[in-house]
Design a protein around this ligand. Structure first.
Ligand code: CTP
Length: 389
């Protein structure tokens, strides 16, 4: 699991969004993290101590005097791999800026030596107030990371920026703080999803790719420091935090988008399940039922990976994928050579749409690494760390 053996300290402050901290705690736990909570006295007016205690199985400290020795704010500051304050109120953000230590959370924050992940949630006018803006910008200068609030309808009835960011986005920024940065300064292009080859406006030929692996690779490339562009065929997935997404439909759209960005990127990760064939003709009108069964004639799509292999510069790293139904290693080796790749990740075909992933990573110098069975996010991280660390 992605967060296995990692310790996450969640700081909860007083906000109508305090209850969302419970979801965040569960999210980290489901991904394997050990979680502790400190909640301010105001937060405990929104969500009871017992809720956090029951979720974490740990004491929940709130007043700076809490704990056995009165020094727990110092001990707890040494404990986590990452300290996430979510939701962070305007009041706590102001206290963090001036170094106030009036409760357990703020005292701990002052003793905490690493960057804190701060996810604000408040009324939009409070968020946009120059005082809050200035506090945030000073904290950013000190190296703390903010997960910007989302726009939408707020509990007070107003519309605007101030809603607590998406839980997955908060987790991604937290992940960013704990991982090394081998992709810092590198532009990474990732393709994902299965292309759709339409023969009328409604109907198309496609494949069973969910896009999950490509999206996981984009998320991990961001968390490893990359500047990531995700070229995506249609999927039901949310764009990973910090990633620029370009939507395409067909193999030809993807081919054009990839070639457009090719000159400016350092790494190309071609994970999309590109349809090898497309219908020869396209009807602008929806095809009507007819007495005779229709025949859809196909023609071959361009091989995007092979084209990049031929066009790319020496300093660009090209990573391809091979989904095979048999002879995994031989087929992957052959594709690596034929398509002039630097690395190929091979897996057996049953991985489409499934949560777990296993396979092999083959390098052009002959090195081979086995990917143990694990969930797709862990596998994406394993692949990128095996290539770039
Ligand atoms: N790929 C591509 N363009 C295509 C088809 C595939 O860029 N038209 C890329 C995929 O993104 C993947 C790799 O090629 O990185 C391998 O896909 P796969 O379907 O296994 O390869 P094919 O070349 O179609 O395999 P085969 O020769 O076995 O048909």
């Amino acid at each position: 699991m992605l967060w296995k053996d990692k310790k996450v300290l969640v700081g909860v402050t007083g906000s109508i969004a305090s209850y969302k901290a419970c979801e965040l705690i569960r999210h980290f736990q489901k991904k394997g993290a050990e979680v502790r909570v400190t909640a301010t006295p105001s937060a405990l007016e929104f969500v009871g101590k017992l809720t956090f205690k029951a979720l974490t199985g740990e004491e929940v400290l709130s007043d700076w005097r809490d704990g056995k020795t009165g020094l727990e704010h110092i001990f707890w500051a040494r404990w986590p791999d990452v300290f996430v304050i979510a939701p962070a109120s305007a009041n706590t953000i102001a206290k963090l800026r001036i170094g106030l230590t009036d409760n357990f959370l703020t005292s701990l924050a002052l003793a905490y030596e690493k960057p804190i992940v701060i996810a604000p949630a408040m009324n939009t006018k409070m968020y946009k107030n120059p005082a809050t803006k200035e506090n945030i910008s000073v904290l950013k200068e000190r190296g703390h990371l903010f997960v910007e609030p989302a726009e939408g309808e707020l509990a007070c009835g107003e519309e605007g920026e101030g809603k607590l960011a998406n839980i997955e986005d908060i987790e991604t920024v937290a992940l960013y703080t704990v991982l090394p940065k081998p992709l810092k300064g590198k532009k990474v292009l990732v393709t994902a999803g299965g292309t759709r080859e339409h023969f009328d406006p409604i109907r198309y030929i496609s494949n069973a790719s969910s896009g999950q692996m490509g999206y996981a690779l984009a998320k991990m490339a961001y968390a490893l420091g990359g500047d990531v562009i995700l070229i995506s065929a249609p999927t039901c997935l949310k764009t990973p935090y910090g990633v620029k997404r370009i939507d395409v439909v067909s193999a030809i759209d993807m081919y054009e988008a990839v070639l457009k960005y090719l000159p400016e990127v350092d790494v190309i990760i071609m994970n999309a399940a590109v349809a090898d064939f497309r219908p020869k003709t396209f009807s602008k009108e929806k095809l009507k039922k007819a007495k005779e069964s229709p025949v859809v004639e196909l023609e071959t799509n361009p091989d995007i990976l092979k084209t990049i292999g031929e066009k790319k510069r020496e300093d660009q790293i090209l990573i391809g994928f091979a989904a095979e139904s048999s002879n995994l290693i031989e087929n992957a080796k052959d594709k690596l050579k034929r398509k002039k790749l630097d690395v190929i990740v091979g897996n057996l075909l049953d991985v489409f749409s499934k949560e777990t992933h296993k396979g092999i990573i083959l390098f052009k110098d002959g090195k081979m690494v086995e990917i143990p069975p694990m969930d797709k996010e862990s596998s994406a991280l394993f692949i990128l760390e095996s290539i770039f660390l």
